[in-house]
Design a protein around this ligand. Sequence first.
Ligand code: C2E
Ligand code: CA
Ligand code: CA
Ligand code: CA
Length: 281
Amino acid sequence: NKAKHSGRATYAFYTQELTLYAQQRVELAISLRQALLKEELRAHYQPIHDLDSGRLIGFESLVRWQHPERGLVPPGEFIPIAEENGLISDIDLWMLEQACLQMRAWLESGCRLKFVAVNISSRLFNRGILDLRVAEILARTGLPAQYLELEITESTVMREPEVALEQLQRLRELGIRLAIDDFGTGHSSLLRLKRMPVHKLKIDQGFVAGLPADSEDAAITRSVIMLAHSLGLTVLAEGIERPEQMDFLKRNRCDLGQGYLFGKPLPVEQLAQALEEIRET
Ligand code: C2E
Ligand code: CA
Ligand code: CA
Ligand code: CA
């Protein structure tokens, strides 16, 4: 009897908690929708370097929410909600346009960058109209297709590989570049990977974290680098924070690197110094 009673109390407590949680999420969803209209979203850019030469060669765009009361909200706190209610597609299309405009401006000011990379959610990727939207945005912003790279996660690509293959092919026909993000976490079959018309694999930062000491992380990283190269793909390691990690990756012929060691994601105004070094004179 006593147990039953306390069980009920716990239940009541959980319902209250859940209601509060659900309510917060609804509120967040509403204010996120308004954030898009009120232009509270910001694009930050993280540098990507060629490991051989050490040179800055591109940027990845990462979304931030400049909330009037809460300050800068990281994507981990609002992307899951945006994925649930579908708002993520509008956010991605907005980011895509910002990144294309920005890349065009960088190129026009003489920066020798090779690409800007934009994250695409599975929601948007699976709608089947991504190639049409990308074509519109390229036309509207005037960015030549070869400078745009889309990052699609391994799990998105591998969930329905046949459907994904068709969408990737249509995107590739536009002349843009394609990267598989978070590689190593999404159960690729090698046969399917071989057929995917992509240019780049991004090794998930979870594997880079343990380099060079963790022998499993080291073995996985080495095999992904070899796999990428044997398929003729470029390979990038994410989340590089320490020089020892970079040394390991260079020794093992990883092409590109990204991480706090090179630079954190920053708003455009704070990238001037990094860009000055690659400006054409
Ligand atoms: P991601 O695409 O794998 O992006 C890499 C994340 O790692 C970023 O977190 C970046 O700030 C962080 N990072 C970079 N270098 C380091 C490092 O050296 N150490 C550590 N510990 N972290 C590093 P962020 O910006 O918080 O983004 C988190 C995730 O949110 C992204 O993971 C991506 O999945 C998603 N995201 C961000 N922007 C967008 C967007 O515009 N659209 C979509 N669909 N998703 C986005
Ligand atoms: Ca990414
Ligand atoms: Ca990633
Ligand atoms: Ca190289």
